[in-house]
Design a protein around this ligand. Structure first.
Ligand SMILES: [Zn+2]
Length: 383
């Protein structure tokens, strides 16, 4: 049905386009090229190391699908005449997509009719109750959840030192204490046993960490940059990336984010607008959890700014207080904890529709007209 918000043409394009004269927004900088090469190399090493698989053709297809998705976004925003997106292999700043996920998003984009206001999305149709086939909690073609009846197995790159391993262990302890049904267990031969997380490193200075979103068919590679990122934030970065692997998306890309933050499009490199579009509202639910500036999945206020120390995201509420919270990597916030628990630990409750989260935020759980419908179909979001 839907997907991204495009920048408003009248308001933003002239300013963005000033940066794009001389075809500047159509060139691929060396950092984009290096980042993509590094990611492709890591993917190849992973396949070779654990599955003795060359996989070059598959990896080429994966990365061209990711770029196709980014091109489709630029096209949707009406910028393709001026802008070629960063072909750096990443979306949303730190997320990797499988080929299937990228193609799925392209398909969703083509169906898109989201006007940017989540409150305009459809209300429950009480007369025609067709089940969504795409929902995360049910049969999501985009994101797979982990089976948490067993510990999630993980491995380390052999170059990890004790400090780096301890950072990962600490991140796991913090996730498990936030959501007690989720456990992690180191296993040196996890790759022989099914799904697992492989913590390795990235050498690209462009990111502190990166991850796939949702469980991947063979294994999830999480890459951490211990060299160039703040030491104090490293455990928080590992939590952030591990939550992506568990299927959680960025807070500032929630469908309702425009109620809480203003995106300052004219300070954002137009080649990187994917980082600031709304997450697909047919894939991600808010589970009725309130927006939280303190979320470990919220980017910092100056993320991706062309002008250092100028906001790309401005809080619309309690400006000073919330700006200071944005981008914290010290702890899981109450909303992070609530979402993790709803996703994985509330085993007695289910949502049958991806829209349940939004409907819950609109107050429909207690609305006379809808409450029976909500009680039957949106137990998780209604809490
Ligand atoms: Zn992220």
């Amino acid at each position: 049905m839907t997907t991204v918000l495009k920048p408003e043409p009248e308001k933003d394009h002239p300013i963005q386009m000033q940066d794009c004269k001389n075809n500047d927004c159509k060139t691929q900088s060396s950092i984009y090229i290096e980042t993509k090469n590094s990611l492709m190399k890591t993917a190849q090493v992973f396949e070779k190391k654990f599955f003795n698989n060359d996989a070059k053709v598959d990896i080429d297809r994966q990365f061209s699908a990711i770029w196709d998705y980014k091109k489709a976004l630029i096209d949707k925003a009406g910028l393709s005449q001026y802008v070629s997106p960063a072909d750096n292999g990443l979306v949303d700043g730190d997320v990797l997509l499988s080929e299937q996920q990228a193609r799925f998003l392209i398909n969703e984009l083509q169906k898109g009719n989201f006007d940017g206001n989540w409150k305009n999305l459809p209300l429950p149709d009480l007369n025609r109750d067709k089940r969504s086939a795409l929902f995360f909690g049910e049969n999501n073609q985009f994101i797979q959840k982990w089976d948490t009846s067993q510990p999630i197995l993980y491995m380390f790159d052999e170059t990890y030192d004790e400090y780096e391993k301890n950072s990962v262990r600490q991140a796991h302890r913090m996730i498990s204490s936030a959501a007690s049904c989720i456990h992690f267990q180191f296993d040196p031969i996890a790759y022989k046993k099914g799904h697992f997380i492989y913590y390795t490193r990235t050498i690209t200075p462009a990111v502190c960490g990166l991850s796939h979103v949702g469980r991947q068919p063979k294994g999830n590679v999480i890459q951490i940059n211990f060299e160039s990122c703040e030491k104090l934030a490293q455990t928080g970065v590992i939590i952030h990336e591990t939550l992506h692997a568990l299927g959680i998306e960025h807070t500032h890309q929630r469908v309702d984010r425009d109620d809480f933050i203003e995106i300052v499009w004219n300070r954002i490199n137009p080649q990187l607008i994917d980082t600031f579009v709304h997450a697909d509202n047919n894939i991600y639910s808010t589970y009725g959890v309130q927006y939280d500036f303190d979320s470990i999945m919220q980017y910092k206020w100056n993320m991706g700014s062309k002008i250092p120390n100028k906001e790309t995201m401005k809080p619309k509420i309690a400006y000073t207080q919330n700006r200071a919270r944005m981008g914290q990597r010290n702890h899981l916030s109450p909303s992070d904890i609530e979402i993790l628990n709803k996703l994985y630990c509330w085993t007695g409750c289910r949502d049958l529709k991806v829209m349940c989260g939004r409907w819950a935020m609109l107050g429909l759980c207690s609305d006379a007209k809808y409450k029976t419908f909500m009680k039957n179909r949106c137990k998780l979001s209604c809490g």
